[in-house]
Write a new protein. Structure first.
Length: 238
């Protein structure tokens, strides 16, 4: 990308300064403790972050793909959680429709740096997942790599990025089964929870698939995976 236009720099500065004036010290400390975060927190509620980003983007007018990527990068810089949250909102609310498989590399950098579900999950579902749902074939190699990455947040993302396709009625059940089966013996809570979450979403439209999958693997499944996976199944499904 070329250097960002001064109007994007000004917009990012305006968003950051607006967020710096919001929030409370009490909420900031509560959020930091809840997320076990090592970032600085301002204590700004998510709806306020979202409204601030929306207003800034509206004031900028039509934005190109490069504009959005630049704006997100400018907002992310630094160690303030809400600034990074504003970057995530920019990517998911404004860029999901224009990002392509080639942008998964940029998203990966954010995912690796997030280190909390509160940022990772939004990026995984509404940014990476939006791209995967729109262009699944070119994204397959990247998802396969993420599913075996040493960073468990990338492994979680590989699962959660399948959610938009599932919700649209076009689930990639072979890929889901392959990923979930490979991760089923993991002890990491966020991976275990993600497996169950994705299976639960599949069960809305295809309870038979999930029931059979769970029955075959029940001895290997953690409690959290099982509980999430069967939450929407009929009582007699298993």
């Amino acid at each position: 990308m070329t250097d960002p236009h001064p109007r994007l720099v000004a917009a990012a500065t305006g968003v950051r300064e607006a967020l710096d004036r919001m929030g409370t010290a009490e909420r900031a400390e509560r959020d930091r403790a809840y997320l076990r975060s090592d970032l600085a927190h301002l204590g700004v509620p998510v709806p306020d972050v979202r409204r601030t980003v929306t207003a800034a983007c509206r004031a900028l007018g039509p934005l190109t793909r490069d504009d959005i990527l630049h704006l997100a990068a400018l907002l992310w810089s630094g160690d303030v959680y809400e600034h990074r949250q504003a970057a995530v909102e920019t990517l998911t609310a404004r860029a999901a429709a224009v990002l392509g498989p080639e942008d998964l590399t940029a998203l990966e950098r954010y995912l690796r740096a997030s280190r909390t579900w509160a940022l990772v999950d939004t990026l995984a579902v509404h940014a990476a997942g939006a791209v995967v749902a729109r262009e699944p074939a070119p994204c397959g190699a990247t998802l396969d790599r993420w599913a075996h990455d040493g960073d468990f947040w990338l492994r979680r993302t590989a699962l959660l990025a399948l959610l938009p396709g599932i919700r649209a009625g076009a689930p990639d059940l072979r890929r889901l089964s392959r990923y979930a089966d490979a991760m089923l013996d993991e002890r990491e809570f966020f991976v275990r929870k993600a497996i169950g979450w994705v299976l639960r979403e599949v069960s809305v439209r295809d309870p038979g698939f999930v029931a059979a999958w769970v029955r075959e693997r029940r001895p290997r499944m953690s409690g959290v995976t099982f509980r999430e996976a069967v939450r929407r199944l009929p009582a007699d499904a298993l």
